[in-house]
Design a protein around this ligand. Sequence first.
Ligand SMILES: Cc1ncc(COP(=O)(O)O)c(C=O)c1O
Length: 498
Amino acid sequence: MPSTKRSVDSLFINSSQQGTEAFQTALHTSIDSLLEEWKKEKGPYSGILPGKLAASVKSLFQFHPSGEAIDSVFRDVKEHLLPNLVDVSHPKCLAHLHCPPLIPALAAEVVVSSFNQSMDSFDQSGIASLVEERMLKWLCEKFTYGERADGTFTSGGTQSNYMGLLLARDSFCENTWQWSVQKKGLPSEAHRMRILCSKHAHFTVKKSASQLGLGEDAVVLVETDEYHRMDMSDLKQKLSDLKADELLPFAVVATCGTTDFGSIDPVSDIYDIAKPYGLWIHADAAYGGALVLSEAYRGKLSGIELADSITIDFHKQFYQPISCGAFLLKDQRHFGLIDYHADYLNPLEDELEGILHLVNKSVQTTRRFDALKLLLSLRLIGEEGFSKIIDHTIRFAKDVAALIEQNDHLEVINPEPEINAVVFRFMDEKNANEINKTIHRTLFQTGTAVIAKTVVNGSTCLKFTLLNPRTTITHIEEILSDIVDIGIAHIQSGRVLR
Ligand SMILES: Cc1ncc(COP(=O)(O)O)c(C=O)c1O
C-alpha cells in the first residue's frame, strides 16, 4: 500500500483550498459508492450471518501507519461494508420502527456533522441553540401544550422516557417529602414508589426504573383490552390496590403507539383516573407522535396535551436519520430538577444575562444539532407532505391486513391496525411457533425480506412495520408468497426451503 503524505490543511475543513478540495473529494467518493450500491438489483440484506462476516470485518480493519488514499479505503467499504448493511430504504425492509431517511435530512446531516456544533452551550452552537429552541416551541404548539411548555432534543425514545420518569420521581420526592434527590440521592421511602404502565409499554419503562434506583419491580403492569390498549378498570384496580398496600404510585406511562401493535392508550381517561392520585402522566409517543402531522389521524392523539411530559421520536415516522428525538415538558419549571451549573460551561451569571445554555435541560452534555434535520425536512416537503406520507402508510397497513386475511395459511392478529404495524402468523396446529421462526430466519438469511418477529400471548408471530411509503402491494404479495412457500415446505419436509 503506497504511503500517503498529507498536509494538516487537507485533513480539516477550513478556508484553505486544500481543505475544501479534500472535503469535496471525500464527499463525492462516499456518495458515488452509495449510489453504486443502491443501483444494484438486490434484496434488503445480503443474508450473511455474523460468523461469516468476520473476514469482511478483518479486511476493513487494516490500519496503515501513514494512512491511505481515499479510493483505496472506499474500495474496501464498497466491497465489504456496504453490501452487508441492512438497507432500511429498501421497500422490503419492514422489520422495526426504523425508517428510510428523508433526503433533506441527509443533506442536513452533512451540515450538522461538518459544523459539529454542540448544543450544550451558546458559545459552541450560536444560532443552532436558537433554532433548536424555536423547533421545540413549534413542537409544543403542535401538541397544543400551552404557554409553560418546553422541551429538549434527545437521542431517542429511550432517553426521553428516562427523562420523563426521572423528573416524575424527583418532583414526587420534592412534593411529598421536600426532598431533593439531586442533592441527597434517594429517600429511605423510595422502595415504596411505583410506576404504572400497560403490559405492552416499551421495555425502557422498566429499564428506566432500574437506572433510577427504583428497580424494575417498581413497575406495575396494567392489563390491556382486546386492542392492546391500557384497560381503565384494571388501572383503577391497580391504583387502589397499591394504595391499600401503602405503596406510593407516582407516575403512569401512557403509550401512544405500542411497539408491536401501534395501540394508543386513552390519555384523557388515564388523566381522569390518575390525576386525583397526583400521578405524573408521561406519554410515550415515540411511535405515534408523528400522527400530530397527519390531517386524517391527528385525532387519535387527543388528550396527549394533558400529559406532564411526552416522548417523540423523529427517527421513526418523521423519517429522520438516527439519532433524533425529543422530550416535551408541560411545565418547563420541572427542568430545574436537573439543573447544574459549571463554571467553564454554563455559569449562573450567563443565565441571569439571558444567555442560552441548553445543557440545563438535558441529561447529555455534548449534544448534536439534530433539530436542523427536522427543520430542513419540514421546509422541503412541508407539513402536507408529511401528512400525505403518514396517512398513506396507515391506509396501506389496512389494505395489507385485509390481504393477509384472505390468505388461508395466515392469520392476522390485528385486522384493523391502529397505525401501520400488521402482526400475523402462519397457522399450523402442531408447530406454528417453530414454523414462524423459520420463516423469519429464512427471509433474512436469503436476503429476500427483512420482517419482524414478536411474541403475542406466548405465540411467535410475524410483523410488517409499514413505515416505508415506497412499499407497494406487489412487494407485500411477493413477501407473502415467499412466507407461505417457506411455511408449507417446512411442514412437508421438516426442513428449511432455501
Ligand atoms: C413505544 C416506544 N418507546 C420507546 C422506544 C425507544 O426508542 P429509541 O429506540 O429511539 O430509543 C421505542 C422503540 O422502538 C418504542 O417503540
